[in-house]
Design a protein around this ligand. Structure first.
Ligand code: C5P
Length: 236
């Protein structure tokens, strides 16, 4: 049976391939992430179909970043798709605008702290202030929560520090960069297993390639779910 702590990233080229994968996964997965790569391949139509026809939960990963008025208008339009989660960059004015746009919907706004693909030299290039990346991630998470974010996206390695913030009470922590024991890392560098991610206080893990590239995607998703559930049972 599915567990909506697992969000499967549908990083396949188009809506048809996404629907095909969702059919293979069946009731093993109840929550899907659709990202920018699928936008021109029918991503919004797929979001609608998965939500309305198959009853799945949807995370639309748009990482919006613009002037406040534009973010607010974009979120207001996207919220009509009855999305469960929508991402914006974690700058406080962007988060506040997104929350305005989502005001009459159930869409939760998740703030990207610092992209996990960036290191200190990338931040120097972008003129972002000195300091350890993990410290900046925690500081940005706190500010995003203060601005009203329903949750944040961060690496599993920062999840425990963010969970410990008083502002994180009742907010969501969602992490990509999750790899089952022995799985191919791909381009992910700072990874954790599904068990360690949930132990660090993560509410949802986002997993892509270990599921959709698997010979048997349904079995792969079920194994991840089992690993998370076992970790939680062992801790309680
Ligand atoms: O295939 P994999 O499990 O690495 O996919 C992770 C998903 O999470 C991808 O859709 C990727 O774009 C997304 N993501 C990420 N790191 C971030 C933000 C999003 O891996 N910092």
């Amino acid at each position: 049976m599915s567990d909506d702590r697992l969000i499967v990233a549908l990083d396949v080229p188009n809506a048809l391939a996404g629907l095909d994968l969702a059919e293979k996964l069946g009731d093993a997965v109840s929550f899907y992430k659709i990202g920018l790569g699928m936008l021109t391949g029918g991503g919004l139509a797929l979001a609608n179909e998965l939500k309305q026809e198959l009853g799945k939960r949807i995370f639309l990963d748009m990482k919006l970043f613009d002037i406040g008025a534009t973010v607010e208008a974009a979120v207001r339009g996207l919220a009509q798709y009855e999305l469960d989660f929508l991402t914006v960059h974690g700058d406080p004015y962007v988060v506040r605008a997104a929350k305005e746009g989502a005001a009459n919907s159930n869409t939760k706004i998740l703030a990207v702290t610092i992209l996990t693909s960036l290191d200190r030299s990338d931040l120097d290039g972008a003129l972002i202030k000195d300091g350890k990346v993990s410290d900046l991630v925690v500081e940005r998470a706190g500010r995003a929560f203060d601005a009203g974010a329903d949750g944040v996206i961060c690496s599993p390695n920062e999840a425990a520090l963010i969970r410990a913030l008083p502002e994180a009470d009742g907010r969501l922590i969602v992490t990509p960069g999750v790899r089952p024991e022995g799985a191919d890392l791909g381009d992910q560098k700072r990874v954790a297993t599904p068990a360690n991610a949930v132990r660090n206080g993560v509410d949802h893990i986002v997993v892509g390639r270990p599921v959709w590239k698997a010979v048997d995607p349904r079995a792969a998703a079920q194994a991840i779910t089992k690993e998370m559930q076992r970790a939680i049972q062992l801790d309680t």
